[in-house]
Write a protein of this length. Structure first.
Length: 308
C-alpha cells in the first residue's frame, strides 16, 4: 500500500507468488491495486523480457501505470529455491530505467543467505523495500520485519495504524528477534541438510507414486510430487498424519497439500536427525501400503472379470 498509493495502480508479480495466491486478494480490496501476472519459472524467477513488455509508464489515460515489481526469495511454491543474484541485478537494471521500486517478499530471506553464502545486504542491495519473518525458519513465537527508507517506513507506520496493526509491548517480540539473529541464522544449514536427507530418502525409494527433484532442493522446503493416480496428495497427507494400531512406524508426519498432485514438507529448528529418520520410515511405510492396496484392488478386479 506504500508503493501502490494511488488506487487503480498496478504491480507485477509471479503467478506462483504468495501475495497473489494466499492473501485473499488483499492488494485489490485494500490497496485498490491490480496485479499483472507473469509466469514463474521453476526456480522462482520470471521472464525479464515479459516484464519489459508489461511495464506501463506512458501517460495514456486509458491505461493504469506500474507502481511496483514484487519478487519472492526464497520462493515458497517453487520449493524454497534461492533467486539468483544475477537475475536480481538484471531486474534492477530494467526497473531503474523507469524508477519503479522492487519489493522483496523475503519471508525466508535468511535461508537464502545461508544457502547462497552471500550477505543479506548484497541480496537486498537493489530492493526498495524488504520484508522477512522472525517466526519462519528463525523460530520466534511471532513477528516480521519491514525494511526500507525512513520515508517509506514513516508511510508504512501510518498505514499499519489505519489497518489496526499496532502492537503494544512489542519489545517482547523484538527480544526474541534479537536472540534469533544471534543464535538461529547459523544453524539454518541443519534444516537444509535435514530437508535434503528426506528428499534423498524419497528419491532412493524409487516409487512410481511419489517423486522429488533433488536439483531443486536448496533450503528447508521440499515439494513432493504425487505422480500417480493410485494415491492423491490428500490421501498421502491424511495417511501420514494418521497412526493405526497395526502401523510399524507410529509417528505423525505433518505435510501441507499444495494441489491435487503435490505436498509440501517444511523443516524447522525443532526437527532433529532422529525425527528425520522416523519421517522417512513413515513415508516408506505409507507408500508401500498404497502400492500394496492398489495391487490387491487390481487383483480383485481381475478375479471378478474372470468369473463373468
Amino acid at each position: 500500500m506504500v508503493h501502490c498509493n494511488q488506487r487503480g495502480s498496478e504491480f507485477i508479480a509471479g503467478h506462483e507468488s504468495h501475495i497473489f495466491l494466499y492473501e485473499q486478494g488483499g492488494s485489490a480490496s485494500l490497496a485498490g491495486a491490480q496485479c499483472s501476472l507473469v509466469t514463474n519459472n521453476s526456480d522462482g524467477t520470471f521472464d525479464l523480457d515479459e516484464v519489459r513488455k508489461r511495464i506501463r509508464v506512458n501517460t495514456d489515460f486509458h491505461e493504469t501505470f506500474t507502481s511496483l515489481i514484487l519478487v519472492e526469495n526464497t520462493h515458497n511454491m517453487c520449493g524454497g529455491q534461492v533467486i539468483p543474484l544475477s537475475w536480481l541485478d538484471q531486474l534492477h537494471s530494467i526497473t531503474s530505467l523507469h524508477n519503479i521500486p522492487i519489493h522483496m517478499d523475503g519471508a525466508r530471506l535468511m535461508n537464502a543467505v545461508m544457502q547462497s553464502k552471500v550477505p543479506a545486504s548484497r541480496i537486498v542491495r537493489d530492493m526498495t523495500s524488504v520484508s522477512f519473518c522472525l517466526s519462519k525458519s528463525l523460530g520466534c513465537p511471532m513477528g516480521s520485519m519491514l525494511c526500507g527508507s525512513d520515508k517509506f517506513i514513516s508511510h508504512a507506520r501510518r498505514i499499519r495504524k489505519l489497518l489496526g496493526g499496532g502492537l503494544r509491548q512489542s519489545g517482547i517480540v523484538a527480544a526474541a528477534g534479537l536472540v534469533a539473529f544471534d543464535e538461529m541464522i547459523d544453524r539454518l544449514q541443519i534444516d537444509h541438510d535435514n530437508t535434503y536427507k528426506i528428499a534423498k530418502g524419497i528419491h532412493c525409494l524409487q516409487s512410481e507414486l511419489i517423486r522429488v527433484d533433488l536439483d531443486k532442493v536448496q533450503t528447508n522446503i521440499l515439494m513432493v510430487h504425487v505422480a500417480d493416480e493410485r494415491m492423491s496428495a490428500d490421501d498421502f497427507s491424511k495417511r501420514l498424519a494418521t497412526v493405526k494400531e497395526t502401523d510399524t512406524v507410529k509417528v505423525i508426519v505433518k505435510v501441507s497439500v499444495r494441489h491435487a498432485k503435490c505436498v509440501r514438507i517444511v523443516l524447522h529448528w525443532e526437527i532433529d536427525e532422529n525425527d528425520v529418520e522416523k519421517a522417512i520410515e513413515k513415508i516408506y511405510m505409507v507408500v508401500k501400503e498404497f502400492e500394496s492396496n492398489y495391487i490387491s484392488r487390481k487383483m480383485q478386479r481381475l478375479c471378478i472379470a474372470s468369473t463373468k
